[in-house]
Design a protein around this ligand. Sequence first.
Ligand code: SAM
Length: 276
Amino acid sequence: MPGTLYVVSTPIGNLGDMTPRALEVLKSVDFVAAEDTRVAMKLLGCFGIQKPLVSYFEHNKRARGDVILARIAAGENCALTTDAGTPAISDPGAELVAQCREKGIPVVTVPGACAAVAAFSLAGLRGARFTFEGFLSVSKPSRRAHLQSLVNETRPMIFYEAPHKLRATLADFRDTFGEDRVLFIARELTKLHEESFRTTIGGAIERYEQTEPRGEYVLIVAGGSEPETPPVDAVAAARARVAEGMSPSEAARVTSRETNMPRNAIYKALLEDTEL
Ligand code: SAM
C-alpha cells in the first residue's frame, strides 16, 4: 500500500504561525522533502523535531521527484515543505503533487500561511474574486507579455516581488495600468517590520524613489473597469502623437486626459497596430 504525501504549510515569518497539525504531521512522517534542507532543519529544530530530510527544489525536481515518489509508492509517508508558506504556490511542489496524482498516491493538505492570501485578506478590496500572478519573469519579453495579458483584467491581481526588483516592477505596472490605479502593498507580513497600505501605482513609485525597498512584498493591483472601446478619434489622436515620437504609453496617457477615455483602452488600441 502506498504512503501519503502531506503538503505542509510553514510560517511566512512568524514561528507562532506553525500549526499544531503541521507539527503533528512533521513528527509522524518517515521523511521530509524540503526546498532547502538547511532551512527545514532549522525550522524543525525550533520545535525539537528530527527527521530525515531530502532536498526537493526547482532544479532537481525531476530526478528527485522520482526518488521521492518511489519511496512513497513503497509505503513511506512524506511531508513536503518549502522555505516559507504553502508549497506549490510560487514554490516547488506542484510537479511532485502532479506525479503523485498521476500514480494514484494519496495527497493530503496541511494548510497554513500563504503570503498571497494573507495580503488579500488585508487589502480591503471589495469583492470576492482575485487572480494570482506570482512573480513576473526576469525576461523582459515575458514580463511584457504577462502584463499585457492583464491590461483588461477587472479582478484584483496579486503579485509577489523581491525588494531589488520592486522599482522596475512598479514602473512596468505604471506603463501597463496607469499611475492612478489603486495598489495595495503588503511587506514583511507577520514579521517585526510588517507594513501594509493602500496607495496608487504613481504614489508607490514616488515613495520608493525616496525609500529603499526592503523585505518581502506582495503587490495587489486593483482590477480595471470593464474595458471600453475608445472612439476612433481618440485612437487617431494617440496615433498622431506616437507618429510625432511620443511613446505609446505617454500618448495614451495624454490622450486619455484629453478625451476622458480609459488610458488602457487607448494603449491597447495602439498596441494592436504597432509592433511594441
Ligand atoms: N509559497 C509561499 C507562500 O505560500 O506565500 C511563497 C513563496 S515565494 C518563493 C516568496 C515570495 O512570497 C516573496 O518574494 C514575497 O513576494 C512573498 N512573501 C513570502 N513571505 C512574505 C511575507 N512575510 N510578507 C510579504 N510577502 C511575502
